[in-house]
Design a protein around this ligand. Structure first.
Ligand SMILES: Cc1cc2nc3c(=O)[nH]c(=O)nc-3n(C[C@H](O)[C@H](O)[C@H](O)COP(=O)(O)OP(=O)(O)OC[C@H]3O[C@@H](n4cnc5c(N)ncnc54)[C@H](O)[C@@H]3O)c2cc1C
Length: 399
């Protein structure tokens, strides 16, 4: 059983301390505890429990088949499905009407391209698994006040005075990572000249199985289906425009959506919205001594293709596979060479995806006629690219 008691003492030790029990940190904690390591998860705020009558959260993610495989390995996927999740089988993207690129699950011979799930429910399902794993210790409602690296372990000091000695620290504490800062790992950072508004809507016509996105020079407009007769609209635009939209009443916002979203959007009612700044960050290193970064602590990207947490889950799979293989071979699971290999592989993969998103962002965020023609020719070519199109889709889905 998960222990919340043993951390209450002034000091404790464990194999791995995971700072941040969000989706990425909780998945890593699950996999490492399953491999037999003692794990302590340090989390500032526990996720709210689930009730079917709760309105849908605004923070949702498109979860790829590769991420679903990880959640299955954690034993959490069934629990996600028993709460709320929406499969999507079709994906369409275009700029000019009639020139769309379309993807469908049957082109790949898979039942669906992925699922749209509320972030909190993924986290909750993983926490349920952590509760069944021994030995996992959960330290909730605390942050870090210090991190000291020593030859054989790391000493973490928590805000309530607890001291944790662990052989390895995983920093999965999100984009503004305290672990990253305390380990003195720098970042490269770039602000996109866009923010985004996530708008939850009730829709007519029942649950949808398609996600679509229209590019406009001001930024994309996207629709993500949610479980039941619900959807999430994503409006990317200049930060000042997003601030104006967020200040509108639901009725006025709905008028703006009708004026600026594609007419294919089903009849809808706005139920709530939240805005987010868009910032690209990349940690200069993922590893510093016995501290390892994963997920948004290591990288954030433009969310236009819904890849952020999927990359974070890719980090988890890679690192945990290496550590599990070392344990099975009775080799040190915290060897510097193992951590370096993780860093090398994942930095390359994550940089590639960041660059692909930046290419989309830069080539679609302007109104220059030659570029407009080029990018629309690109979408038409992509639509007819056959094998290449399937390959690109497989890559995006992690298949
Ligand atoms: C608008 C938008 C839309 C997105 N859509 C998608 C999508 O469709 N698909 C997709 O894959 N990704 C998407 N993303 C990205 C995705 O949300 C993130 O990549 C994902 O949430 C990162 O997970 P994480 O666990 O690394 O970090 P987080 O979700 O930020 O979790 C970090 C955890 O650490 C805790 N914490 C923070 N600091 C401390 C501390 N000092 N001590 C202890 N605990 C701490 C926090 O409470 C939190 O629980 C989107 C992002 C945005 C902004």
């Amino acid at each position: 059983m998960m222990s919340t008691e043993s951390c209450a003492a002034a000091g404790m030790s464990c194999d791995v301390a995971v700072v941040g029990g969000g989706m990425v940190g909780a998945a890593a904690a699950c996999r490492l505890a399953q491999a037999g390591l003692s794990v302590c998860v340090v989390e500032a705020q526990a996720p709210q429990s689930f009730a079917a009558e709760q309105p849908l959260d605004r923070r949702v993610s498109a979860i790829s088949p590769a991420s679903i495989a990880l959640l299955q390995a954690c034993g959490a996927w069934e629990s996600v499905l028993s709460m709320r999740a929406c499969p999507y089988r079709r994906l369409e993207t275009w700029e000019l009407d009639g020139l769309a690129t379309r993807f469908a699950a049957e082109q790949l011979g898979v039942p669906e391209l992925g699922f749209i799930v509320e972030n909190r429910l993924i986290q909750l399902a993983l926490w349920q698994q952590l509760q069944a794993l021994d030995p996992v210790t959960l330290k909730v409602g605390v942050t870090l006040s210090g991190l000291e690296q020593q030859a054989d372990d790391v000493r973490l000091r928590l805000s309530d005075g607890t001291v944790i000695h662990s052989r390895l620290v995983l920093g999965a504490d999100g984009a503004v990572s305290q672990t990253r800062e305390l380990a003195q790992i720098g970042i490269s950072r770039w602000d996109y000249r866009q923010a985004c508004l996530l708008i939850n809507v009730d829709i007519d016509g029942g649950q949808q199985d398609i996600t679509w996105q229209q590019f406009t020079p001001a930024g994309p407009r996207a629709f993500l289906p949610l479980a039941g007769s619900h959807g999430s609209l994503v409006w990317y635009d200049a930060p000042e425009r997003i601030r104006e939209l967020q200040a509108l009443s639901p009725q006025r916002l709905a008028e703006q959506i009708r004026a600026h979203f594609p007419s294919r959007l089903p009849e809808f009612r706005v139920t709530g919205c939240d805005s987010f700044p868009l910032i690209r960050r990349h940690a200069q290193r993922y590893v510093s001594g016995r501290v390892v970064l994963l997920g948004d602590a290591a990288h954030t990207i433009h969310p236009l293709a819904g890849q952020g947490v999927n990359l974070g889950f890719g980090d988890v799979s890679d690192l945990c596979q290496r550590m599990t293989a070392a344990i099975a071979a009775q080799q040190p699971w915290d060897a510097p060479s193992l951590l370096r290999d993780y860093e090398k592989r994942r930095r390359r993969e994550n940089r590639l995806m960041q660059s692909a998103m930046d290419l989309f962002y830069l080539s679609f965020s302007n109104d220059l006629l030659p570029l407009r023609i080029l990018r629309n020719l690109g979408l038409v070519a992509a639509e007819h690219a056959g094998v290449l199109k399937r390959r690109a889709l497989r890559y995006a889905l992690g298949l």
